[in-house]
Design a protein around this ligand. Structure first.
Ligand code: GLC
Length: 481
């Protein structure tokens, strides 16, 4: 099957979050399936262009019609990728060159990604790469299914389109003029994109894609409710017949405690006791905490953003640190209020708290491995990847039972049996604290059961093989229509 994957970011080239990780692993997993030919389309950001590690070749140039504008697009083929995925970067200096270096956040993001979306389709047509399926992601690529239906039917008469939502908070809102001025779509699509007299490109994608997926089964159900759907619940409820959840995997080669170069010691499900202890000691030392093997180390690697549930942690942090002999280590950057809170917490509890307000992949790996308990109280979480990273490294998660957290961390009882971690149901700080205390009690009082839980987690298969198979099922399903 010929598959085109389109996204605004993809590791290792450009990544701002989980979407970037998925766009590294999913195309690769699909390309390992026999008979598949996979092309990945990404913007040619300046930092990709200027990175000598990537060699590219210009394979096509054309103009993209965006409303009244015609904008240059170059297609740069990556020539030195090791696996079978063919990567094409869409080049346009004005939209993706010389900007701040951040992937998002420009005033004209709407126009930048409308350009990218349309350029992907033009590129496929010019290259003669006519896919059976286009899989496209999040609001940035939401114009793709709309364009495909409205303007590209002749070039792609049999191509089906799957639209995948990684986060419904960002929908691609624009004022009504965007419809003619930038998208340049035929008038009969006005209603498809209209929401409250504005343009909402994600709504357009949901309505025009052949299938809509999101990144966990629970999140797919949650999206029918106003609490989670940020205004799109009605639209998604109408589209329920074509909405499916496929829980992400993680790249188990990159995230492997037996080989991860960032770790000072290596281990597997048999040898974790010694290995994790070594990493923990080195980690405590690295972040300036007292090196205490028996004190439970609670960790978090996260963007410091409200929906990650930091308000719950802020609310209970002092009580937890007073009541329990434990350590807390946070790595991440984000909203100023949280950065300040954790810095102050570290000042108040220097023996117990380390706040690393930075972005550091190596340290992140050492935290996944060296921690005992991984906290992830997200208010909502489409899938979440770091809880799986943590389990793969033998760190027990405490999570809010929502979205992908609910699907990947089944709750265990107070003996650590029957599940993989500790969960709480309602988004409430005291419930979160109670779940942490259950984890601490198991750690402190039942070391044998604690070890059995770690072993079970490390033996889980979080690889992409299963989800990639589910994507294939849906691709075949679409193509059978
Ligand atoms: C977004 C979601 C996260 C998910 C990731 C990859 O970042 O917020 O939950 O894991 O996309 O799908």
């Amino acid at each position: 099957m010929r598959i085109a994957v389109c996204a605004s970011e993809g590791a290792p080239y450009a990544k701002s979050g989980g979407l970037g990780d998925v766009m590294e692993a999913l195309p690769a997993a699909l390309s390992r399936i026999e008979g598949n030919e996979v092309a990945l389309f990404l913007p040619f950001y300046n930092k990709i262009k200027s990175n000598a590690a990537y060699t590219t070749e210009l394979v096509a140039q054309f103009r993209v019609q965006l409303g009244w504008r015609q904008q240059y697009a170059g297609v740069m083929k990556l020539t030195n990728r090791a696996d079978k995925v063919q990567v094409y970067f869409i080049d346009n200096e004005y939209y993706f060159g010389g900007r701040t270096g951040a992937i998002y956040g420009d005033m004209d993001d709407g126009e930048r990604f409308a350009f990218f979306s349309r350029a992907c389709l033009d590129a496929m047509a010019v290259l003669g790469f006519i896919p059976d399926v286009i899989q496209c992601n999040d609001w940035q690529c939401a114009p793709i299914p709309v364009y495909l239906k409205a303007l590209y039917h002749e070039s792609f008469p049999n191509t089906r389109c799957m639209y995948t939502i990684h986060n419904i908070e960002y929908q691609g809102w624009a004022n009504a003029a965007f419809f003619d001025d930038v998208l340049g779509l035929p008038w009969e699509y006005r209603n498809t994109l209209d929401m409250n007299n504005s343009v909402n490109v994600m709504k357009g994608a949901i309505e025009t894609a052949d299938l809509v997926t999101t990144v966990s089964e629970t999140y797919a159900r949650e999206l029918m409710y106003p609490y989670y759907a940020h205004g799109l619940d009605g639209i998604l409820a109408n589209a329920a017949w074509k909405l499916t959840g496929i829980t992400n995997g993680i790249d188990t080669n990159t995230f492997n405690p037996e080989t991860d170069k960032a770790l000072p010691a290596h281990y597997n499900a048999e040898t974790f006791e010694e290995g994790k202890a070594k990493v923990k000691a080195a980690l405590q030392e690295e972040v300036g905490l007292p090196v205490k093997p028996d004190v439970p180390l609670m960790v978090m690697v996260t963007r410091l953003a409200g929906h990650k549930g930091l308000d719950l942690l802020c609310y209970i942090a002092r009580r937890l640190l007073w009541e329990e002999d434990c350590q807390l280590l946070i790595l991440g950057t984000g909203e100023a209020q949280y950065e300040t809170f954790f810095k102050e917490l570290q000042e108040q509890f220097p023996e117990q708290v380390a706040a690393k307000i930075t972005f550091n992949l190596g340290l992140a790996a050492r935290i996944y491995a060296g921690g005992d308990i991984y906290l992830m109280p997200s208010k909502s979480e489409p899938c979440g990847l770091s809880q799986m990273n943590a389990m793969r490294y033998g760190t027990v998660p405490v999570v809010h039972a929502t979205g992908g957290l609910k699907d990947t961390v089944p709750p265990c009882d107070e003996n650590g049996e029957g599940g993989l971690g500790f969960t709480f149901q309602s988004y409430n700080a005291d419930d979160f604290l109670a779940a942490i205390k259950r984890a601490l009690a198991l750690y402190n009082e039942q070391p044998e059961n604690w070890k059995a839980l770690i072993k079970k987690e490390m033996e889980m298969d979080f690889s992409w093989d299963v989800p990639a198979g589910r994507y294939m099922e849906l691709f075949h399903h679409m193509c059978s229509w």
